[in-house]
Unconditional design. Structure first.
Length: 95
């Protein structure tokens, strides 16, 4: 699923979701991204280089656009793994 190596953080990244996620609703997933310092958009543009696309089931045109623009595409599992690491970092930073 990944077209480039996955990022090590969601902080300061713009996360876009495509397809159906198994573990989270879109709203829940967006809250998680915001909680670790990332942003969410509903679309991908060429002008931003710090996009990440999280691909669930039955992806749409955003998936094709991400491939064309060379934007990293990660699975829901990879999203959860990165999110977990970011949450741990954020918790340590606050203490």
């Amino acid at each position: 699923m990944i077209t480039t190596s996955p990022p090590d953080t969601l902080t300061d990244k713009i996360v876009v979701f495509t397809g159906r996620l198994k573990r989270f609703t879109r709203k829940e997933a967006k809250k998680k991204v915001y909680s670790v310092g990332g942003l969410c958009k509903d679309y991908i543009t060429q002008t931003h280089k710090n996009f990440i696309l999280v691909a669930g089931r039955n992806t749409g045109s955003k998936y094709t656009t991400a491939i064309r623009l060379g934007i990293p595409i990660i699975s829901e599992k990879e999203f959860i793994d990165i999110l977990t690491r970011d949450t741990i970092r954020e918790t340590r930073r606050r203490t």
